[in-house]
Design a protein around this ligand. Sequence first.
Ligand code: CA
Length: 223
Amino acid sequence: MRILLVEDELRIASFIQRGLKEEDYVVDVAHDGEKGLYLAEINPYDLIILDIILPVKDGVSVCRELRRKKINAPILMLTSKDGVRDKVLGLNSGADDYLAKPFDFEELLARIAALLRRNKIDKTGLLKVADLELDRTRHKVARAGKDIVLTSKEFALLEYLMDNAGHAVTRTMISEHVWHEDFDNFTNVIDVYMSFLRSKIDKGHKKQLIHTIHGKGYIVKEA
Ligand code: CA
């Protein structure tokens, strides 16, 4: 997997680059927006990490230009701490996800893995974990052949978990992807919805499919 990192702060850039190399990603670094754009045009990347505030050309402009040029690699935008406006701008300009600085490296790795997986999945397809099936097109969920009625929020939550089946998703990821809101206000809400979802999906079944990972988040998996 080859990743392009566009980040002007040298210390952060080398920290991310080093960490990603340890995870066996190949990483190219550009320190300004124009160089980043140039590298993205001449090399095939599996993913682009794009800082929003960059010299020469800012991240939002780079993102727009990449999409205009039909470069469709997933883009993870790095925003400032309270940059709600940055996030909206970033997502409107064609970014797939955003992460506010400062972030945990673990969180960055989880986002990257999720984006790389999502990029491979057919968005119209059927998601399946053990005997649990989620049909995106028909908006239906069934376990062991029996239909399960979910609210639209529960459906979105389960879809996100199943999209990432076998991999832990953090509460931050859930709040941003399913609620499109910042984390802090949503911890309890997420836990409440998870318990609704659990009782609908796992109750009465021998095998539990939704698991809690302490201090991390949730995972959908077979065992
Ligand atoms: Ca910057």
